[in-house]
Design a protein around this ligand. Structure first.
Ligand SMILES: [Fe+2]
Length: 652
């Protein structure tokens, strides 16, 4: 289906459009790469007809920028989209070029693909034959025009000293000005950006309305309400890619994305009242999954549930015959394996048949095939001697619940984890990692990076708080650091001791560490309170209420080592053979261009070392302060020149 726009209005509009189309048609007969310095066929940003109602940010036809993702040691997916005033009747030839330098003077790979309505005019190329652990630059050319240049990086095949990943989740356009995505784009030492789901959102939350396209905060408007069909799902991705910060973050780094509930929601609904009832809504699960693969630089996997990639060698569009599979793995050499899991699509909402025959309860979130793929893959990774396993995990896993009764007083029950409804499978996974597996091997050094919580958490991973009776964690105290606003002083609670008694490991049951760097905007605890008391924005009462919830949560869940539930942003994971450092970076979401604030920093150790003044144990996450270290931002030992942004970026 072509991009949604009103053809009738278009045809009535300016002659500018007609001129553009005429030139476009001529260009199609030529190789765009030999088009030379031809006058651009398209209106400049802001000069397209006023009636052209499709969210975009750069000049046509590459109005949604470029992106890359799912890097392997020898290949990476490159992405762009062709957006025209009036979609072409036939496929459009798009040339792609990969270079070793940001000026694109040293071309190392090139090829051609044809964009068509079938894939919503998106172009996806699995570029092969690349060198491992190498930064590359790329560009697309079509219809006599050039895209902006993107930068990407392949995975290492052999040992590297360090890997640096950014982590984010729950990126709602309407919730935040996304300053954090701009700061991410400005970093030149990242290997990969991991997005844990809720990349797009189906509807506006009641605590949102911070911004809207064209300032149109109207829930009858297509860019401010739930989607009705595939065309509107695709358009939602276009809205997201009309944000300059997101556009630049995709331009500068490869991404690894999994979906969560909002990305693949099929039921029509709005949290805010709308005059659009959803009668006639047609969105299906196949369609939302299809749109995910069209608009994200994700490499599809085989439909047999093996988690194996569909590897395209001939430059054609990588296509999934069943787009409902998303769990997959990126090997990053001997230092790291990156897994991506799906704990969403098997929820009862989707009405899918789930094979839970590996569990007595018959209640599975992974489904048997994925459980076996994931647990077996974690074991194989450890057996192969890979130092770290990092899991892109869309929903919080470890216990993090506030009981509904405390000291006999009834409280509203607040739970973060979808996993509390799947206790048998959570236990089975923990026991597997603890050594109940075919090799009887304890799988160490596991990191879950998690979305969905909308709060900043760092935690040991254990299946049940009942296990923690003999568990002695450190002491929680107010975080000595402040958040991104003056209102958010002493941001959260952090345990400032490890709890271990010298050589006595009192947290040995933990099988992994879990790191959730909040949401890229979607509301946290203070917004829950804001809604409950009818406050118009954050104030001392809403932040104070969030502090009380944080304290209740860290007190009830001894596995939780850090909690902050007000600020929003992204995380950085810095991995070496010795340690994993986790950083919480926050930005005031209500202010465009807000500064990047390091709210807290945590550490996990790759080797046990009881000779240290504060002993180090594996699969335990601690605030760096608990190990006598200062909070100090890490930076990479290597830096790659940024891809230039020569085009005008104009939010429209
Ligand atoms: Fe979310």
């Amino acid at each position: 289906m072509p991009p949604p726009m009103d053809r009738r209005l278009f045809l009535k509009s300016a002659s500018l459009a007609a001129a553009g189309l005429a030139l476009s048609a001529c260009d199609r007969s030529e190789s765009p790469s030999t088009a030379g310095t031809k006058v651009p066929s398209f209106p400049k940003p802001g000069e397209e007809p006023a009636d052209f109602d499709f969210p975009l940010v750069l000049a046509l036809p590459f109005a949604h920028g470029v992106a890359s993702g799912d890097p392997l040691a020898d290949r990476v997916i490159l992405w762009t989209r062709i957006t025209e005033l009036l979609p072409s009747a036939a496929a459009v030839a798009v040339d792609w070029l990969v270079a070793s330098d940001p000026t694109m003077s040293q071309i190392v790979k090139r090829g051609r693909q044809f964009a068509s309505a079938e894939h919503d005019w998106t172009v996806k190329v699995d570029v092969t034959g690349l060198q491992p652990a190498t930064s590359y630059y790329y560009r697309f050319e079509a219809l006599g025009a050039q895209s902006i240049v993107g930068r990407t990086r392949t995975a290492p095949a052999t040992a590297v000293e360090e890997l640096r990943l950014a982590v984010l989740a729950c990126s709602s356009y309407w919730s935040s000005y996304w300053s954090g995505l701009g700061h991410l784009a400005d970093r030149n030492d990242l290997d990969l950006v991991v997005h844990c789901g809720d990349y797009i959102y189906d509807f506006v939350d009641e605590d949102e309305g911070i911004r809207a396209r064209k300032d149109k905060k109207d829930t009858a408007y297509v860019d401010y309400r739930d989607w009705l069909n595939l065309a509107e799902v695709r358009r939602r991705y276009a809205l997201w890619r009309s944000d300059p910060n997101l556009l630049r973050a995709h331009q500068q780094h490869p991404w690894f994305i999994v979906w969560d509930n909002h990305d693949i929601s099929t039921g029509y609904g709005n949290e805010l009242p709308s005059t659009v009832t959803g009668d006639g809504a047609t969105t299906t699960l196949d369609e939302v999954c299809r749109a995910f693969y069209e608009w994200t630089p994700s490499r599809p996997v085989k439909p047999d549930g093996s988690g194996e990639f569909i590897l395209v060698e001939d430059g054609s569009y990588p296509l999934a015959s069943d787009p409902k599979f998303v769990y997959r793995k990126l090997p990053y050499g001997p230092l790291l394996d990156v897994f991506g899991v799906d704990t969403q699509i098997n929820l009862p909402d989707y009405g899918r048949e789930v094979d839970a025959s590996h569990l007595a309860s018959g209640n599975s979130l992974y489904g048997r095939q994925q459980f076996e793929w994931f647990s077996g893959g974690m074991l194989a990774s450890a057996q192969a001697g890979v130092t770290w396993r990092l899991v892109n995990n869309q929903t919080w896993f470890a216990p993090a619940d506030i009981p509904d009764v405390a000291d006999g007083i009834a409280l509203p029950k607040i739970g973060l984890s979808r996993w509390s409804d799947y206790p048998e499978e959570r236990t089975a996974l923990c026991e597997y990692l603890r050594g109940d597996n075919p090799a009887s091997l304890r799988v160490r050094n596991n990191i879950l990076v998690s979305g969905d919580a909308h709060g900043n958490l760092g935690s040991d991973v254990i299946e049940s708080t009942a296990l923690l009776s003999a568990y002695v964690p450190g002491l929680p105290l107010p975080n000595p650091r402040a958040g991104s606003t003056t209102l958010n002083a002493a941001a959260g609670y952090a345990r400032i001791t490890t709890g271990n008694l010298g050589p006595v490991n009192l947290r040995g049951e933990s099988v992994a560490v879990e790191f959730a760097p909040s949401s890229m905007g979607r509301g946290g605890a203070d917004e829950i309170i804001q809604n409950a008391i009818g406050a118009s924005g954050p104030n001392a009462l809403t932040v104070g209420g969030a502090r009380a919830l944080e304290l209740a949560l860290i007190a009830a869940n001894k596995n939780v080592q850090f909690i902050e539930w007000v600020d929003h942003g992204y995380g950085i994971v810095s991995l070496t053979a010795e340690r994993a450092i986790f950083e919480y970076w926050w930005q005031d979401k209500l202010t465009p261009g807000a500064p990047d604030i390091l709210g807290q920093q945590m550490v996990a150790w790759a080797q046990q070392d009881t000779a240290q003044l504060v002993p180090r144990y594996q699969d335990q996450i601690d605030c760096v302060l608990a190990h006598g270290m200062a909070v100090a931002a890490t930076s990479g030992s290597r830096s790659a020149e940024p891809a230039p942004l020569t085009a005008t970026v104009l939010p429209r």
